[in-house]
Design a protein around this ligand. Sequence first.
Ligand code: GLC
Ligand code: GLC
Length: 818
Amino acid sequence: MTLRYGRFDDERREYVISRPDTPLPWINYLGMEEYFGIISNTAGGYSFFRDARLRRLTRYRYNNAPLDLGGRYIYLRDDATGQSWSPSWQPTQTPLDSYECRHGLSYTSIAASHGGIRSETLYCVPLGQTLEIWRLRLANLTAERRPLSIFSSVEFCLWDAQDDATNFQRNFSTGEVEVEGSVIYHKTEYRERRNHFAYFACSEALAGFDTAREAFLGPYRGFDRPIAVERGSAGNSMAHGWAPHGSHHVRLELGPREEREIVFLLGYGENPVAEKFDPPGSQQINKRTVRPVIDHWLQSGNVEAGIRGLRERWDELLSNVNVSTPDEHTNRMVNVWNAYQCMVTFNLSRSASSYESGIGRGMGFRDSAQDLLGFVQMIPERARQRILDIAATQLPTGGAYHQYQPLTKHGNDDIGSGFNDDPLWLVLGVAAYLRETGDHSVLDEPVQYDNLEGSEAPLLDHLRRCVAYTLDRLGPHGLPLIGRADWNDCLNLNCFSDTPGEPFQTTENKSGGVAESIFIAGQFVMAARELAAVVSLRGEVEEGSRLLAGAAAMAGTIAEHGWDGAWFRRAYDFFGSPVGSKECDEGQIFVESQGICVMAGVGIEDGRARQALDSVRDRLLTEHGVMLQQPAYARYRIELGEISSYPPGYKENAGIFCHTNPWIMIAEAMTGDGDGAFDVYRRTNPSAREAISDVHRCEPYVYAQMIAGRDAPSHGEAKNSWLTGAAAWNYVAITQWILGIRPEHGGLRVDPVIPANWPGFRATRRFRGATYRIAVIKQGGTTGRVTHLIVGGARVEGTLMPLAPAGATVDVEAVVGE
Ligand code: GLC
Ligand code: GLC
């Protein structure tokens, strides 16, 4: 039995995969600005410019067999014997003498050897560019001369990935390309309304090329045995319709021990509409804009500089938060991989992964607002822009489109609105930004509603409407109405769908219901308090007290109507019956309301918070993390919606959501239980789960949305890795609550709640321009809280560090008392 498929190289910040047949494709992301790609450990995946649906460069077939087929392929051929192989193992699956894939931060490198030829291909997107580099290094390990053929291969997508996969009656006739020297240009629809094109360039003179997929592959052949590779010569085909393709054929001979480097570039080009053609009036792409870019990046020295630039960027990004604790899994995730995943979720929201097809979900209002929580310390300016983009899709009612398209930044009408938790997340995201940066000027930025010109109002007005939106929609218990759903997309209490295939989230809701959410109630308490603090800082004292009074009233309503005796209820359904209560035969206790209510401070003083968390331990905790609810729903319940559509143990029907686990960690920390908090953290920490990779199956370096719960036959198996709010929330839980280094409006707080057996830990945190070097030292017993700080030698009572001037480096000792 194989437990591991690789190892962490902490020094180089890489995960090193040592065999190609991982349980699932283990992917990485290229690009972190505008041009993106996903890449698997066998070079599968695809690329796009800004929007995985609307500006797709290359094609990818989800739901394929084998699972991950189609990618950035290179074929090598020994021209003496006619033998060929894939140096990324896929797609030929020819046995390799050695294989190693290194997924690093925004690059992936795949090395292999076969018959005395060693290859290493490094894939990355240099900063500021809309292109990806494939740098292929070849080495002849033998004492003979080796004549080789190299074939590259990408399958172009006809831009709109949804249309590309469906509209064949048109698409089989629209494909167009140009070839100039060693550059293949894909220009489908360029003659009409598009002013963008793709290019695929090679640093070498070509022996041939193919731009028509069928000519490259041969009839009835797949990517595992292209006819061009078998034959050892390309067909010099020009695509007219059908499937435009990019393949270069390079011939070279490697002397004994000789090494060579070949660079391929796949890129996105755009021309001003008035200058699309060259010569003007022709139908040829104007290549004057893009040629210098291609020439630059084909040069080895520039490629090296590009890779170095990426490394330096990541050094800088990760230096904002660095910790050294007694637990290597914590260090590794906080210092590298969890932060990295926060960048990826910030960039891509829920759009493109092995599970998100790029054509389904764009940017989520709720999702992207939450992603900010784990990203804001990395590049605050980008977080600021994202806040303004999200807020501009908000509806004048205060409600929100559930999703928006990254290319247009406009709300997505297909999905619509009415998820009543959505607006409150914006308040929480903005509050996190303000606490991190102190930049209150953002509140005065004029922002449109529903992207309508003339509707501009200050961001603060948007936040006020977010909060008012909840108060305008209260049910019979005085709790917030749930609408289509709250955080749990699948708790559809007004949907009542009995028609196969109807989407639970967008099908017309039954009217007249009174379904209320205790989750939104807890979230409202949090958001109203956050907004109260923000407006009070602006001197709006009266508004601040009104908001606090509103929060207190809602906390009272939760106490009265949301408490079930030993835990918080989850909701009231359409008919006013409780969900998540001992009165129910299934779904008696849900994690979300325990997490959010305690995080909002409800029940901390009167002991109900502790009781709720004990109930979570008793009823929801498994060796693989905390389940969403118990008992799982065994049959479909029309009044609860999608949640009961999943087989027990999967997804929202009692799966383990890595997104909600951190709420329990935070809640445990807030009640002062460091062992309890860290115990939950450890169970879902991907690095800690690496040792059971054959059970977990997803990438061991990033969080997955879900791990199968106790009721599932595959308990412990992860799914939906990468694009999940688990990234941001775990980052917040471990850095701000367990390690306790927490940005607040008035400064940085150091209030750790760590395991009893830790002697302490060290951390470096950059905050508002100053660098704090923090040592947490236990002087008293094994448990206890920080009582005072020694800041630059001087004693400060409490846990809030005085703000240091920008540029300063401050040494801080945080002393844990008895
Ligand atoms: C998915 C969604 C997220 C939702 C969660 C629970 O992760 O992206 O928005 O809150 O599922 O349903
Ligand atoms: C599906 C998924 C759920 C997700 C939702 C978003 O319902 O099961 O997890 O949040 O889609 O649209």
